[in-house]
Design a protein around this ligand. Structure first.
Ligand SMILES: NC(=O)c1ccc[n+]([C@@H]2O[C@H](COP(=O)([O-])OP(=O)(O)OC[C@H]3O[C@@H](n4cnc5c(N)ncnc54)[C@H](O)[C@@H]3O)[C@@H](O)[C@H]2O)c1
Ligand SMILES: NC(=O)c1ccc[n+]([C@@H]2O[C@H](COP(=O)([O-])OP(=O)(O)OC[C@H]3O[C@@H](n4cnc5c(N)ncnc54)[C@H](O)[C@@H]3O)[C@@H](O)[C@H]2O)c1
Lengths: 207, 207
């Protein structure tokens, strides 16, 4: 079982490597990759060693090879169909974001409980009524869902997604949702991110 | 130096405790608090022990006391003035979010490079031109900033914020920004959050 922190760092290596590739860089050492992210070179080597042998002695890592390998590990070498639940303030902003598709995540359907929103589209993504959730998730082979509904509705929405056969949920509602252990979840609470910042600011002063 | 993972869990304890208080619950045991978040009760006790003694033998924790204590530790018992840099898709959605103010973070000014956006407001928050960044950050005692500009502009915006005297930055642009060690930062990359989800979905199947 690979620790979550290692998998998280893998995404950051991937982001840096993809930028390096765009800038035409062919190889990079663990020390250089570490320095870009303020990790030690030992940390970089230890993290990658969980997944195999990637470096060439004297050369370092080949950027294109390492990008391919990490995308395979993170499973972003395949395309994922994603549903957006809640087409409000946040849902609308996320639907307009091109960064998801670049990494293989295609938001292809949105759902909302508000009758006035149903039947409209945001960009190319149609907003469907909630009573079509189960059937469209199955028909369109949607495996992941983003929850962007108010907190009181999040658990009930999650339960319906599980019944519909969703495999993973990215939850933005600031509540803990409980899921069977067959379904993966990642939670993002943006107020908590600011709390982490205020803690760091106050503790930096005394460090 | 308290590990980051402990500080992160502290925010989740706070979120649960605030909900329990709203529901009228007066005390809670470490086992009950742990179960709500799927942590062990030993983890809860160990985390809180970094910051002091909070429980009463036989009773557990007093919810109101623990909320007050954690807010003091996270420094959300004080009010923070926050600037939003970039009033586009994401910036606009975040400006409409009430969850920040509930935790003591008041976004009081927005800035944007686009001449058509300057002089307008989102809700009660005015959008200022970038040439007023330094002066307004100082005049309005803004200590934190949220970066919601395109990736290529993020580092240059961060540099200006540092000169203006900002103490902490929450960065949504999917790039690593480099800051002097006098300024704290938290980065949120939403595509990376989806990558963590796809890894978890694929690895759950083999677990
Ligand atoms: N706006 C932000 O920047 C922001 C930031 C962080 C977290 N969040 C969280 O994201 C969630 C959405 O926030 P928002 O600002 O977009 O809210 P919003 O009120 O603008 O949008 C919520 C949408 O969900 C729909 N909805 C409500 N109940 C539903 C249900 N049972 N099934 C399907 N759709 C339903 C509503 O019709 C609405 O369109 C909230 O939980 C909020 O706490 C928002
Ligand atoms: N939209 C999303 O849901 C989303 C999700 C994740 C991450 N992001 C990231 O957040 C950032 C903003 O995304 P967006 O979708 O809001 O983009 P956007 O293009 O809609 O908005 C960007 C805003 O920044 C302003 N801007 C550009 N350069 C600037 C500069 N140098 N100084 C000040 N203002 C400047 C633009 O005028 C515009 O209003 C990007 O880095 C993006 O990758 C967005």
């Amino acid at each position: 079982q690979v620790p979550k922190a290692v998998v998280n760092r893998l995404s950051f290596y991937l982001r840096e490597l993809q930028r390096l590739l765009r800038d035409g860089k062919e190889t990079i050492s663990s020390r250089q990759l570490g320095r870009l992210l303020e990790f030690t070179d030992a940390q970089v080597r230890k993290d990658l060693a969980y997944f195999g042998h990637f470096g060439y002695p004297g050369i370092g890592y080949r950027c294109d090879e390492l990008v391919t390998a990490i995308r395979k590990i993170l499973a972003t070498d395949q395309s994922w169909n994603v549903a957006m639940i809640g087409a409000g303030n946040l849902g609308r902003a996320l639907l307009g974001y091109g960064g998801f598709e670049q990494q293989g995540f295609r938001v292809i359907a949105a759902f909302d409980a508000h009758p006035k929103k149903v039947g409209t589209s945001i960009g190319t993504v149609p907003i469907h009524p909630m009573d079509q959730l189960e059937s469209l998730i199955q028909q369109q082979e949607i495996k992941l869902a983003i929850i962007a509904v108010p907190a009181p509705a999040a658990q009930e929405v999650a339960d319906r997604l599980v019944v519909a056969g969703i495999e993973g949920i990215l939850n933005f509602a600031p509540v803990t949702i409980s899921l069977p252990n067959t379904v993966s979840q990642v939670g993002v609470d943006l107020a908590i991110e600011l709390e982490q910042l205020s803690f760091s600011v106050c503790n930096r002063k005394f460090a």
